[in-house]
Design a protein around this ligand. Structure first.
Ligand SMILES: [Zn+2]
Length: 347
C-alpha cells in the first residue's frame, strides 16, 4: 500500500441505517454515486396519505429520486420534483429542503386509478401517461431558480431520469428505484410498513470525450440516416452493467447495509464511501404561511372559503388543518388595493 495516502481502509458496515444517503466513488472506473435507503421517512409520508397502493408506490419512487438528487445540493435551498401528465395520476410533487427535509403528495383521478388496477394496467408508466417532469432548484428569495424539464412518454421515473441526465446534463447516468411494503408480525397483528431505496451511478471521467454517448434513437439524424454509432467507454459499460444487476430486494432489504451493497457491486475496483447524510419526513407548512397565503387572496375568494363561520385550510402534503376566523385574515380595502398596485408594478 502507498504510505502517502492516508485513507483508512475497512470492512463495510454490517448494519444498515434507514433514512440515509451514502455517497460513494469508484475511482478506477471514474464512477460516482449515491445509495438512498428509506424507512420511517417514506413510511410516514405514504401512510399519512393512504393513497391506493400503486399510487403510493409511484410517489415512493419519486421520493427516492428526489432525495437522491436533492441531497446533492451544495447550498441551502429547495429541490422540487413535479410531474404533470395526462394519466390517472395527474401530478406528483416532492419537495426536498436541504439538508434533510422531505415532503410529498399526489393528485390523481380515483376512478381512473381504480379502473387501471382492475385492468392490471397500473404500472408506473401507465399511471403517469404523457406529460412532463420538472425539476426545480430554488435557492430562496432573490436567487435564481433553475428548472430542468423532461418529457414523460409512457415510461417510468427511472427512464425519465436517464433521459434528463443524457439530454440536459450529458452525464451518463443510471438510476434504480425500489419501493415496497414490508409485513411484520407484531403484538397487535401484522403490521405494514413502507420501505424504499435506490442507487444512482454516474460516469464522470476527466476527459469529456470519454463521456460521449451515442445519440438516443432516433437522435437528431434526418430519416434514412444511420444513427451516430459511438462506442461507449468500457468503464461506463461495466458500471452500468453492475447497477443493472441490483434487484429491488437489495435496495430495500433492512439487513443489507448501503456500504455492503456498494462493496458487493464494486469491491473488485475499490470503492470509497463518504459521510452519510440523513433525511426525515417533515412538512414546512405553518399557520403563519397559510395566513399570509389567505391574505394574498381577494376578499371574494376568501368569502367563498368561509364555511360554518370559519376558513379551514388543510395542507395537501401533511394533512395538517389550520382554522381561521374570517376577521383573522381580513385585509382592509385600501391595503389590498395597494398590494394589487405594487403587484402590477412588479410585473
Ligand atoms: Zn404541511
Amino acid at each position: 500500500m502507498n504510505p502517502d495516502i492516508a485513507i483508512p481502509v475497512r470492512e463495510p458496515a454490517q448494519t444498515g441505517r434507514d433514512d440515509t444517503i451514502l455517497p460513494f466513488e469508484v475511482n478506477a472506473l471514474d464512477l460516482r454515486g449515491r445509495i438512498v435507503r428509506l424507512g420511517p421517512a417514506v413510511d410516514t409520508i405514504l401512510t399519512c396519505h393512504d393513497y391506493p397502493l400503486p399510487v403510493a408506490k409511484l410517489l415512493g419512487e419519486a421520493i427516492v429520486l428526489t432525495v437522491m438528487l436533492g441531497s446533492a445540493l451544495k447550498f441551502e435551498g429547495r429541490f422540487i420534483l413535479q410531474t404533470q401528465s395526462d394519466g390517472p395520476v395527474r401530478m406528483l410533487v416532492v419537495d426536498f429542503v436541504s439538508p434533510s427535509k422531505v415532503r410529498a403528495c399526489a393528485r390523481f383521478d380515483a376512478e381512473r386509478v381504480a379502473a387501471a388496477i382492475a385492468a392490471n394496467a397500473a404500472a408506473p408508466g401507465k399511471l403517469l401517461g404523457h406529460g412532463h417532469l420538472a425539476m426545480t432548484i430554488d435557492q430562496g428569495l432573490d436567487m435564481s431558480r433553475y428548472q430542468g424539464l423532461v418529457p414523460l412518454e409512457g415510461g417510468d421515473l427511472e427512464q425519465a431520469a436517464h433521459e434528463y441526465f443524457s439530454r440536459s446534463e450529458q452525464i451518463p447516468t443510471r438510476v434504480r428505484l425500489a419501493v415496497a411494503e414490508e409485513f411484520r408480525a407484531g403484538e397487535n397483528g401484522a403490521h405494514r410498513r413502507w420501505r424504499a431505496g435506490g442507487i444512482l451511478l454516474q460516469f464522470l471521467p476527466k476527459s469529456f470525450e470519454r463521456a460521449r454517448q451515442a445519440d438516443l434513437d432516433p437522435g437528431d439524424a434526418p430519416p434514412g440516416v444511420e444513427p451516430h454509432a459511438l462506442p461507449e467507454d468500457d468503464a461506463w459499460v461495466e458500471g452500468r452493467s453492475l447497477v443493472a444487476t441490483v434487484g429491488d430486494v437489495e435496495l430495500i432489504d433492512p439487513e443489507l447495509s448501503s456500504e455492503r451493497l456498494a462493496y458487493n457491486l464494486f469491491h473488485e475496483h475499490g470503492v470509497r464511501v463518504f459521510r452519510t447524510a440523513t433525511v426525515e419526513a417533515q412538512c414546512s407548512c405553518s399557520r403563519q404561511n397559510v395566513e399570509a397565503m389567505l391574505r394574498s387572496f381577494s376578499q371574494d375568494d376568501r368569502d367563498d372559503m368561509v364555511e360554518d363561520g370559519k376558513i379551514t385550510v388543510t395542507c395537501e402534503f401533511c394533512s395538517s388543518t389550520y382554522e381561521f376566523a374570517p376577521e383573522d385574515v381580513f385585509v382592509p380595502e385600501d391595503v389590498a388595493a395597494m398590494a394589487a398596485l405594487s403587484q402590477r408594478a412588479d410585473s
